[in-house]
Ligand binder design. Structure first.
Ligand SMILES: [Fe+2]
Ligand SMILES: [Fe+2]
Length: 243
């Protein structure tokens, strides 16, 4: 089922989160549509491909996908790429650190000339009549890691940062709800997020952006200034697995 994160006359942001029946880690997939052109963010593994394709088609036919953005290299992010490369003309955007790893997810000929390496400092990707900003988020948790900021909706797609496992709520909207939600995030962040310096750097970047919602690749999202600020404050004080 699609959860609508943002909608106006020309711009739509959707989250898909209910495909998981097996033992793999549950994850969120995202579609952004602007003037009939689409971008997929972190489309996930092989078993999701046909279901996700069916879900996005009413909003954006796969042939209208311009980019598929991978926040980082993990299998829950992009292991299903082969199918997407077969049925679309979309380009893959991923950290330049991971460009040579993409052929591991698909037939080699399919990825030729279709992978855009994002430089460490980030880049702006245009589609429809808008663009998305790739925000550097290295070591959160991957060494080549990008978050996606959609200025039109104010949504920051934060990859694994903010991941929660089995949360009670899908949408966290206040500091009080956030405090109750922390226990669903702590385990992941104490092991998968390595450095406190990366957390502090990210908090400073996030505060400089007009963020209205933060949506991780796993679990609940954070909506509104109070919840967004609570999340940024929490990330800033994380110690990380290595200090
Ligand atoms: Fe990951
Ligand atoms: Fe993940």
């Amino acid at each position: 089922m699609a959860i609508e994160l943002y909608k106006d006359e020309t711009h739509l942001c959707l989250k898909f989160d209910d495909f998981f029946k097996g033992t793999e880690v549950p994850s969120n997939q995202f579609l952004i549509v602007n003037n009939k052109w689409g971008i997929l963010i972190d489309p996930g593994g092989n078993r999701l491909f046909s279901q996700l394709m069916a879900e996005i088609s009413p909003y954006c036919p796969p042939q209208r996908l311009k980019y598929i953005i991978l926040s980082h290299q993990d299998p829950d992010v992009g292991a299903g790429l082969n199918g997407w490369l077969l049925i679309t003309d979309a380009k893959i955007a991923v950290s330049e650190l991971w460009v040579r790893f993409i052929p591991n997810f698909c037939m080699v000929t399919l990825s030729e000339d279709r992978v855009i390496g994002i430089p460490d400092g980030g880049v702006e990707l245009s589609f429809g009549e808008t663009s998305l900003q790739m925000i550097p988020a290295h070591f959160l948790h991957s060494p080549g890691n990008f978050h996606v900021f959609d200025r039109k909706s104010g949504i920051l797609f934060s990859g694994d940062l903010g991941a929660s496992i089995g949360p009670e709520q899908e949408n966290i909207t206040s500091r009080e709800e956030f405090e109750r939600h922390v226990s669903f995030m702590s385990g992941f962040h104490s092991r998968y997020i390595p450095h406190s310096s990366a957390c502090k750097r990210w908090a400073s970047i996030a505060r400089s952006l007009p963020v209205k919602m933060i949506v991780p690749q796993h679990g609940a999202r954070f909506t509104g200034q109070e919840a967004v600020n609570a999340f940024i404050d929490w990330v800033e004080q994380l110690t990380g697995a290595l200090g």
